[in-house]
Design a protein around this ligand. Structure first.
Ligand code: DGT
Ligand code: CA
Ligand code: CA
Length: 572
C-alpha cells in the first residue's frame, strides 16, 4: 500500500508551506489530507482505480490530482516544487516541540539556521533570545524540545506499536493464504505488545521455505530486500521504512523458534538457565535431552516439559514471571475480548469526526454493551469544546438514541477541562446531571499540575482522570506531575485512572498502571477515539494492561453495565 508514503508527502508539503508562511487554509487542507490518508483502512491505489478518491472526506479535486500523479509517475511535482529550496535538515527541525514554522522561518532568514547544529549554536551564543518575540523562556523550551527530539532520533529509531500493527496484520493474513503455510505468528516485541518496536519479526511454519520467501519478497508491502535465505529473509517495508525479519520453520521446531524469537532476550536467558538445571538444553530448534529433541512443536509443550505454566507473551520480560510460572502463580490477565465498552470518545459535538449514532453502531459492531460519549468542555476552545446548551442538546439526542437502541446503552459523559486553579470547567449542577465525568488537563502543562489534579479529584462528580501523565510517546515527556501524590489521592477518593489507548499516548504506561493496581486503584481502558477507526486502538490499551499484570476486575470497562454504573456513581 502506498497510503503512508502519500500521507507523508502531503504532510511534508504542509510543513514546507508552513515554513514559507504559506496560505493557512491550503496548509490545513494538506494536513487534513495527510491524516485522512494515513488513517484509511483501504489501499488508496484501489480507491483511485475505482475512481472514487474524491468520495473520501477531506480529499478534493486538487489533492486527488496529486495522488493520481504520484500513483502513475512515482513523483509529486508539488512536493518537489515546494521543497526545492528548503534543506531536508531544516524541515526536520519542525519535529522539535515548541519550534513552530513561524519561528523557524525567522531563524532561517535572520540567522541562517539550516540544521540542528546551527540551531544549538545560536541558542548557546544567545543570538536566539535576542531576536524579537523570542527571549530566554522560549529558548529554554526549545532546549527541552531538542532534548526530547534527540532522545528519539539519536537512538536507533523505534516505531509506535499502533503504527506498525495494521501492517503486521495485513502481512500475516497474506502469509496465511499461502498454500504450504500452516501456522503464522508475529514474534519479538510486536507479539509482546511493547509500546515501541525496533523491527517486526514474523514466523511461518512451512515445509517449502523457498516458495514462501519468494512469494513474500514480491508482496507490494516490501520495498527492499536486505537479505534472503532459506530460513530468514529481512526486508524494509514501504511507508514506515521499518525492517521486517521473516523466518520459516519446519513443524518440529516452530514452537521453540516462536518462543525464542518472541523473547525477550532476558526472558530467554532465564528460561535457558532454568532448563540447564533440569539437565535440558533449550534453543530455537527445540528442547534437547542428551542431544535428542524432546519438544519443540508448540510453546505449550515446552512450558509443560519445563514444569511451568504457559507465560503470556506480554509478560515475558524477566520481571519475575518465570519464577511465578514455576509455582503456577501467574496473574490471571485481562483478555482482549473482556472489554465491554469504550468510555472516552468524541463526536462532532466537539472535535470528533462522527455523529453519536455512527459511534453507537460502530460500538455495536465491536460487541460492546455500552458506549460513553465524552466531548470536550467549553474551555477546550481549540477542540471546539461544548457550551452548556450544546451539552443539553447532546443529552437529548442520547436519550432519543437510547430509546431506539436495543443492544447498547449510551452513557452521558464529558471530558471536562481541569482549569488552571484546579476547578472543573462546568458547574457541579451540570456535572451531576451526567452519568460520569472524565477530568483532563489540556492547558498550562507546566503550572501546578499536581495540585490541580489533586483538587480536581476532590470534586465528587469527577470519576475518571484522563491521560494522567500527558506524555506523547513520540513528542512530549508529559506534564510536570508528581504521579505518586496523584495516585495517593485517587486511591483515597476512590477515583479511576485512565489507560488512554490513543496510539501515541498509552497513558498510563505499563509501569504506572501496575503501580496504580498495586495501590488498589481501578483503571479504565479508553481509546479517546475521534473517529470510528480509532476504536481499533482498544487492543493497545489492553496490551498495556496485560504488560502491567492486570487482572480483569482491575479494569472497570470489563464490568457489566449494572456494575459499571455502580462504580461510576460512586457506590460500587
Ligand atoms: P525490538 O525489535 O528492539 O523491539 O525488540 P525484540 O525483542 O523484538 O528484539 P529483536 O528483534 O532483536 O529479536 C527478537 C527476539 O529474538 C528477542 O526478543 C529475543 C531473541 N533474541 C535475539 N537476540 C538474542 C540473543 O542474543 N540471545 C537470546 N537469548 N535471544 C535473542
Ligand atoms: Ca523485533
Ligand atoms: Ca528482529
Amino acid at each position: 500500500m502506498k497510503n503512508l508514503e502519500i500521507a507523508d508527502l502531503f504532510s511534508k508539503i504542509a510543513d514546507a508551506l508552513d515554513l514559507k508562511g504559506g496560505n493557512y487554509f491550503k496548509i490545513r487542507a494538506y494536513r487534513r489530507a495527510a491524516r485522512t490518508i494515513k488513517d484509511l483502512s483501504e489501499d488508496i491505489e484501489k480507491i483511485y482505480k475505482e475512481g472514487s478518491l474524491t468520495n473520501i472526506l477531506g480529499i478534493g479535486e486538487g489533492i486527488a490530482k496529486k495522488i493520481k500523479e504520484y500513483l502513475e509517475t512515482g513523483k509529486m511535482s508539488k512536493y518537489e516544487k515546494v521543497t526545492r529550496d528548503i534543506p531536508e535538515s531544516l524541515l526536520s527541525l519542525l519535529n522539535i516541540r515548541d519550534l513552530g514554522p513561524k519561528t523557524l522561518h525567522i531563524l532561517h532568514k535572520e540567522l541562517g539556521v539550516e540544521n540542528l547544529d546551527d540551531l544549538k549554536k545560536i541558542i548557546e551564543e544567545g543570538s536566539f533570545s535576542k531576536l524579537e518575540g523570542l527571549g530566554e523562556k522560549k529558548a529554554e523550551k526549545i532546549i527541552e524540545g531538542i532534548r526530547v527530539y534527540e532522545e528519539r532520533m539519536g537512538k536507533e529509531k523505534r516505531f509506535l506499536l499502533g503504527e506498525v500493527v495494521p501492517t503486521v496484520n495485513e502481512i500475516v493474513k497474506k502469509l496465511k493464504n499461502i498454500d504450504s503455510v500452516t501456522r503464522v505468528s508475529p514474534a519479538g516485541s510486536v507479539r509482546r505488545m511493547k509500546e515501541t518496536v525496533g523491527d517486526i519479526d514474523v514466523l511461518v511454519e512451512s515445509n517449502r521455505p523457498n516458495e514462501v520467501m519468494e512469494l513474500f519478497t514480491s508482496f507490494p508491502e516490501v520495498k527492499k530486500v536486505l537479505e534472503s535465505g532459506e530460513t530468514k529473509t529481512s526486508v524494509i517495508l514501504e511507508g514506515l521504512d521499518i525492517q521486517m525479519d521473516l523466518r520459516v520453520l519446519p513443524p518440529e521446531s516452530y514452537g521453540a523458534a516462536l518462543m525464542y524469537f518472541t523473547g525477550s532476550k532476558d526472558n530467554n536467558v532465564r528460561i535457558r538457565g532454568l532448563a540447564q538445571k533440569k539437565g535440558l538444553k533449550v534453543n530455537e530448534y527445540g528442547v534437547f535431552k542428551n542431544g535428542r529433541r524432546i519438544a519443540g512443536k508448540t510453546e505449550e509443550e515446552i512450558y509443560k516439559l519445563l514444569g511451568m505454566e504457559f507465560i503470556a507473551p506480554e509478560l515475558r520480560e524477566d520481571r519475575g514471571e518465570v519464577e511465578l510460572a514455576l509455582e503456577n502463580k501467574l496473574p490471571f490477565l485481562v483478555k482482549y475480548d473482556d472489554i465491554k465498552g469504550n468510555l472516552h470518545t468524541h463526536t462532532i459535538y466537539s472535535d470528533g469526526e462522527n455523529t453519536i449514532e455512527e459511534l453507537a453502531s460502530h460500538a455495536i459492531k465491536f460487541g460492546y454493551s455500552y458506549l460513553g460519549i465524552t466531548d470536550h468542555s467549553k474551555a477546550a476552545s481549540y477542540a471546539n469544546g461544548m457550551k452548556e446548551d450544546e451539552l443539553k442538546k447532546q443529552s437529548d439526542e442520547i436519550d432519543y438514541l437510547n430509546e431506539k437502541l436495543e443492544n447498547l446503552t449510551i452513557l452521558k459523559g464529558i471530558e471536562c477541562d481541569i482549569l488552571p486553579d484546579g476547578s472543573l470547567d462546568f458547574d457541579d449542577k451540570i456535572l451531576e446531571s451526567l452519568d460520569f465525568v472524565i477530568g483532563a488537563i489540556h492547558s498550562g502543562f507546566t503550572k501546578n499540575v499536581t495540585e490541580r489534579m489533586i483538587k480536581a479529584l476532590e470534586n465528587p462528580f469527577l470519576k475518571i482522570l484522563a491521560h494522567p501523565t500527558g506524555r506523547l510517546i513520540s513528542r512530549r515527556v508529559g506534564y510536570d506531575v508528581d504521579l505518586k501524590s496523584v495516585m495517593a489521592k485517587a486511591s483515597e477518593e476512590d477515583k479511576i485512572l485512565e489507560i488512554n489507548a490513543y496510539y501515541d499516548r498509552l497513558d498510563l504506561n505499563e509501569y504506572n498502571a501496575k503501580e496504580a493496581n498495586r495501590r488498589g486503584i481501578k483503571l479504565c481502558i479508553n481509546t479517546d477515539a475521534h473517529n470510528l477507526r480509532m476504536f481499533d486502538w482498544m487492543y493497545l490499551g489492553v496490551g498495556i494492561a496485560r504488560r502491567a499484570w492486570l487482572p480483569r476486575n482491575a479494569i472497570i470497562n470489563t464490568y457489566d453495565l449494572k456494575d459499571l454504573i455502580k462504580i461510576l456513581k460512586g457506590n460500587g
